[in-house]
Design a protein around this ligand. Structure first.
Ligand code: GLC
Length: 739
């Protein structure tokens, strides 16, 4: 650890990604035409624009040549056709590219891949005739048990900000609108529809908003999805503070706020507080209320459930009674038309055709998986495995499990899905004897099965090497929503333990053959403490998409040198997590519909490092088959910014990529600040012996905190440490700067 003071005098060429411009301005270029169009509309036509008319479509005014807006899930692939009534569409061409999940993308720490990823999603959504794709999901991974962590990116707002911008631009450059979700503070599935979240203004500004702000201002997101939960007593989707004051006020958002499905609860709140497009309601509610209303002599059956939405007949009546509400209506229609113009839906604008299941899309899926897989442990360099190995026992249900239809609304019908076992067979052909033992069953309340363990142990004993593939799952039977569990929408995990008796199985397999590599699949941190100490090599493969099996094989056999880094901390045990230790997860004791985020800004490594709680695996951690040397750090102040410069060398034998991470620590502040905060990173690809000079600009945002009294960000003068390394707990060089 060398600590260097600032050396340089001339400012290095700073490569700032902060263009400073707000990309929302682009959405207003057609406002004159939009005003003319609005003037032609009747009140009924305007209101018809504000709400769904079927499961995933909305609006449309034939008389004026305004088409319906067609939406579709989800964040890592275009969902199978749901039809206009959730019943699906027989024979639809809807088996497509199944990308790795959003947390796998985040684990690449490669913003360029974010753009490539968004390009695939946008192109496939266009091909499928969609105008809005309902992704990315960027809620903070605060609680290890949150069922939807697989759909989100990270515990750190800066990493999210850098990864989400490329994704959105990639989608929108294909002529489709992204829908960043779920705004805001939707960090768990437990009571997601009605829990009321409280948090400090500092936690909101420093942790929970920055990803959304970057998505809006740098990404230029056309739409944002309001979330189900309440925020400070008001439903998030119709929340004056979140939608009017912050999103449309401070951030200058010009696009539309789409509700989550059934997340609107009050006509006047929705009219006044920024809901522009009400989607939703679920199947049961839909059919029930139409029957009820018809039976009870309510609006006649010809008035569908969609006319009973809060922004439908009720809104029309309210505006007829109070004309002063009409400008609110016009603003919503204006925003919807802006998004329609921006996605070339009007004036006969030419639209990109999109493409489906192309080799390029599948290659991108493979690339993201290869760069997103994280090598957590590799004692004695057991990995990479040699292709001259004679026999391999593949053990574990996840080795043959297909995941694409799991997880809930994020489901994808994959054109194909290479399982880990198939990937190993593709890699090794018939040169190696590969045996398989399922080892455990994925079923509700499934315990360790002695018979299956015995079979797995026998296979392990008979092989040179064991590849264990286990971890979490999206649920049991993916075809049944009610079977969702673990990494799935609508439910939080029951605990953080390896499910289905895997701890016992893994320990038996390790005893039978120490040459075992454990490959984990899943969407969040998982408790590996029972066997991690006895395991030479551990790999985290997340849900790596349709090419996942090939990506895993490429990493295990060294065709690819792993470069993934954890986007969130793996605690040793659940009780160590700040959401449980300091926070009130899942809710305030005695009040299941309320929760105060008492962990405040101390989320993830901000907690573990400040409160000295050792994690199982740290935020930003990820090993390589080569090694990297850090040298020559200089930190040069200029005004309220600083330029960080250092050299990284690949001093190992194989080419590889390192994510150089830059953390900032405020040595003294008038408020309690985290031990360190990520404020810069760069992924560098280096051949053996190659060096690269990395130059990063830390602008004033890197040093400021949010002052609740002044209601603004402040840069308190003083000394700041700059910590540089390959993970939040592998700091190689430190410098400092006084501002
Ligand atoms: C779901 C999800 C949301 C999804 C929407 C449409 O409830 O919360 O992410 O896009 O409804 O399926």
């Amino acid at each position: 650890m060398t600590s260097l003071s600032t050396a340089q005098t001339k400012p290095a060429n700073t490569k700032s990604t902060q263009t400073g411009q707000n990309r929302q301005a682009a959405l207003t270029v057609n406002d004159a035409k939009i005003e003319a169009l609005i003037k032609k509309m009747t009140l009924e036509e305007k209101v018809a624009m504000l709400h769904a008319n079927s499961a995933f479509a909305a609006g449309g005014i034939k008389r004026l040549g305004i088409p319906e807006i067609m939406t579709s899930d989800g964040p890592h692939g275009v969902r199978p056709e749901q039809g206009r009534d959730w019943k699906g569409v027989k024979g639809a061409n809807d088996a497509g590219t199944y990308m790795p999940t959003n947390n796998t993308l985040a684990s690449t720490w490669n913003p360029t891949l974010g753009y490539a990823y968004g390009t695939v999603l946008g192109s496939e959504a266009r091909f499928r005739g969609k105008d809005i794709i309902l992704g990315p999901g960027i809620n903070i991974v605060r609680a290890p048990l949150n069922g939807r962590n697989f759909e989100y990116m990270s515990e750190d707002p800066y990493l999210i900000s850098k990864m989400v911008v490329g994704y959105i631009r990639g989608v929108q450059d294909q002529g489709v609108s992204a829908s960043v979700k779920h705004y805001a503070a939707n960090n768990q599935e437990e009571h997601r529809n009605d829990i009321d979240v409280e948090m400090s203004e500092r936690a909101l500004r420093e942790i929970y908003l920055p990803g959304f702000k970057a998505a809006v201002q740098e990404g230029g997101a056309h739409t944002l999805m309001g979330s189900y939960n309440k925020f400070r007593g008001q439903y998030a989707t119709e929340n004056a503070y979140l939608m009017n004051t912050i999103l449309k006020g401070e951030w200058g958002f010009k696009g539309l706020v789409i509700s989550d499905w059934g997340s609107v609860h009050n006509t006047m709140d929705a009219l006044r507080n920024g809901t522009d497009l009400e989607m939703g309601t679920d199947l049961a509610l839909m059919y029930k209320s139409v029957d009820q209303s018809a039976a009870s002599g309510g609006p006649s059956a010809s008035r569908t459930i969609y006319d009973q939405f809060y922004l439908a007949d009720a809104a029309l009546d309210a505006i007829k009674k109070d004309k002063t509400l009409e400008p609110l209506l016009d603003d919503k229609v204006r925003r919807i038309l802006r998004v329609m113009y921006a996605t070339n839906m009007l004036d006969g604008a030419k639209r990109k055709p999109g493409a489906y299941n192309t080799k390029e899309h599948q290659a991108t899926a493979l690339k993201v998986a290869e760069e997103g897989i994280v090598l957590l442990k590799n004692e004695g360099n057991m990995l990479p495995l040699k292709k001259t190995v004679k026999s391999i026992a593949v053990i574990g249900h996840n080795a043959t499990r297909e995941n694409s239809l799991g997880g809930g609304s994020a489901q994808v019908k994959a054109k194909y899905e290479i399982t880990p076992l198939q990937g190993l067979k593709n890699e090794l052909g018939d040169k190696v004897n590969i045996t398989y033992a399922q080892g455990y069953k994925i079923a509700r309340d499934q315990k360790a099965d002695p018979q299956m363990i015995a079979e797995a142990v026998a296979a392990a004993k008979a092989a040179d090497v064991v590849v264990y593939v286990g971890g979490s799952t999206h649920g049991y039977d993916y075809s049944k929503w009610s079977d969702n569990a673990y990494d799935a929408e609508g439910f939080d995990k029951p605990d953080m333990k390896m499910p289905f008796g895997q701890d016992e199985l893994i320990q038996a397999v390790l005893k039978a053959n120490p040459n075992t590599v454990v490959v984990l699949m899943g969407g969040g941190p998982i408790d590996v403490s029972a066997w991690a100490g006895q395991t030479k090599s551990i790999v985290e493969a997340w849900y790596p998409g349709m090419e996942g099996g090939n990506a895993i094989a490429h990493v295990l056999f060294g065709d690819v040198n792993p470069s993934g880094k954890l986007p969130f901390t793996f605690p040793v045990k659940l009780e160590d997590s700040p959401a449980h230790k300091l926070g009130e997860y899942p809710s305030t004791p005695g009040n299941p519909l309320k929760q105060t985020y008492k962990d405040d800004i101390f989320v993830g490594y901000r907690y573990y490092d400040t409160y000295n709680v050792a994690p199982q695996f740290a935020f930003g951690h990820g090993l390589s088959y080569t090694t990297f040397k850090y040298s020559g750090l200089s930190v040069t102040p200029s005004g309220k910014s600083a330029t960080v410069k250092l050299t990284v060398t690949n001093d190992g034998k194989t080419a590889g990529a390192e994510v150089v991470q830059v953390y900032v620590k405020d040595e003294k502040a008038s408020v309690k600040r985290p031990e360190k905060e990520l404020k810069g990173f760069e992924k560098v690809f280096l051949k053996p012996g190659e060096s690269k000079v990395v130059t990063l600009t830390l602008d004033q945002n890197a040093f400021q905190y949010y002052d609740e009294g002044k209601k603004q960000w402040v840069l308190e003068p003083g000394k700041f440490d700059v910590l540089v390394g390959g993970s939040s707990r592998d700091i190689r060089l430190t410098g400092n700067v006084t501002l």
